[in-house]
Design a protein around this ligand. Structure first.
Ligand SMILES: C[S@@+](CC[C@H](N)C(=O)[O-])C[C@H]1O[C@@H](n2cnc3c(N)ncnc32)[C@H](O)[C@@H]1O
Length: 438
């Protein structure tokens, strides 16, 4: 099928991608002042309207000549162009090379990611002959690498001395996206975007995300809890005893499961919305609004404390461990599950089972991360702290607890619902520990 402009124009909530028009000359003039964009886009410098019109005519000729497709990225609200996106075919049939740019004043606002995502999906699925969409990016251009990763592109490797910039040869990274990756990375169904804020009030962040979490946690089979994590964690627990505390119980799903298993269970959480939801779901379970680092219980009231996926979300996690030890009786246990520190330190570069895992910053330093996860129509921000493993083992030791078990459960085969989950059969996504108060 010959190439034609997408009709109706590609759009989402943020951008609309449409053919270039003469009314876009002012934004081209603006872009011509950007050294990098003007070079890559071969914009006239100094800019004048006549050469700007020629530039627009060349963009339309790309399509009519069957060489590719080039569009303006416009803001959906105003229709004003703020950048450009396109692909041109390379020598191997079916291979198309993508490029995109945004004017400086509108960068870092997510426009490029939105545009690349809908443009790539269209290019690979509209029958225009694109089988492989590729893009090259300079190692220093981290913003562009983030845009590609967010749109589901996989980094394939480094091409040495491939480009030339300011008279110097430069390496580039080669990225690609295939039609089958759209399902793998879930460009449509599932997506994780990680940012690293410099500081966060974790308690406030969880209250803010509470409604999203309640919907997330209560949708049947939606997350790892239902798929395997609960069952693997339950194997770590000692036989049920006198009284169990669920520390950071959230909307209460584990408390309810433990009650069914015969535990006399009490939950605490720092988020009023979570506590209300937990009480609402089972009025028989005692749930208190409390800071895990200042528990409203007497010494030795419990023989089991479970902290399931909560310590990485608690500001004073060492205080929470200390308080857990205090409210345990001698011989009691703290059982915890957290995001594995390896997983919070780095990320996979691609979606295939063997993709490379990279730690770009420091594993040893404390940091924060916010994972925006979109899956099957639900969206949530998981805001957490990364701490190296030693921070947790020291907190346990300083609280007088002895580690009995330290486990790194691999994703069981039955929990693989998407191909990209296989990556977590090579590296641990969660860490479990059981500690004894002697
Ligand atoms: C990922 S959720 C886990 C909830 C629950 N354990 C589950 O797995 O469904 C983390 C929970 O930790 C709670 N939390 C964060 N900081 C806290 C604090 N200082 N004290 C008590 N709970 C806290 C949050 O409100 C949130 O409910």
């Amino acid at each position: 099928m010959p190439l034609s402009y997408p009709e109706p124009p590609l759009t989402d909530d943020v951008v609309i991608l449409r053919p270039w028009e003469l009314k876009d000359l002012p934004v081209l003039e603006e872009a011509s002042c950007d050294e990098y964009v003007s070079l890559v886009e071969q914009l006239p410098v100094p800019f004048d309207a006549r050469r700007g019109q020629d530039w627009i005519a060349r963009k339309h000729a790309t399509l009519s000549g069957g060489d590719g497709c080039e569009l303006a990225i416009a803001e959906r609200e105003s229709g004003d162009a703020i950048g450009g996106i396109g692909f041109v075919f390379r020598h191997v049939p079916g291979t198309a090379e993508a490029g995109y740019w945004i004017v400086e004043r509108r960068r870092r606002q997510g426009f490029a990611s939105c545009a690349l995502e809908i443009f790539s999906r269209w290019a690979l699925t509209s029958g225009g002959g694109v089988v492989r969409m590729q893009a090259t990016v300079e190692p220093w251009n981290l913003a562009s690498q983030r845009v590609l990763a967010k749109a589901g592109f996989l980094q394939e490797g480094r091409l040495r001395s491939y480009a030339s910039w300011r008279g110097r040869r430069e390496d580039v990274f080669m990225y690609s996206l295939l039609a089958e990756d759209l399902e793998l990375t879930g460009v449509a169904g599932s997506r994780v975007t990680r940012t690293r804020p410099s500081s966060v009030d974790l308690g406030a962040a969880w209250e803010e995300n509470a409604s999203a979490f309640i919907a997330w946690a209560r949708t049947p089979n939606h997350d790892s809890y239902w798929q395997f994590h609960r069952d693997v964690f339950l194997e770590l627990l000692p036989p049920r005893g006198r009284r169990t505390l669920d520390l950071g119980c959230g909307e209460g799903r584990l408390s309810r499961d433990l009650k069914r298993l015969g535990h006399d269970i009490v939950g605490i959480d720092g988020s009023p919305t979570m506590v209300a939801a937990a009480r609402d779901a089972d009025a028989e379970i005692e749930v208190q609004l409390a800071d895990a680092a200042a528990l409203p219980f007497a010494d030795g009231e419990f023989d089991l404390v479970v902290a399931f996926m909560s310590l990485q979300d608690i500001d004073d996690f060492a205080g929470a461990v200390r308080e857990s030890a205090r409210v345990l009786e001698a011989g009691g246990r703290l059982c915890l599950a957290i995001v594995h520190p390896l997983s919070s330190a780095g990320r996979f570069e691609g979606a295939t089972a063997d993709s490379v895992f990279t730690i770009a910053g420091s594993y040893l330093d404390h940091s924060y991360y916010a994972d925006n996860v979109v899956r099957d129509g639900l969206e949530i921000d998981f805001v957490s702290a990364h701490r190296p493993l030693q921070d947790y083992t020291e907190a346990l030791a300083n609280a007088g607890l002895l580690i009995e078990r330290l486990r790194e459960p691999a994703l069981p085969e039955y929990a693989i619902t998407r191909e990209h989950s296989r990556r977590w059969q090579r590296l641990p996504i969660f860490l479990h520990a059981r500690a004894l108060k002697p």
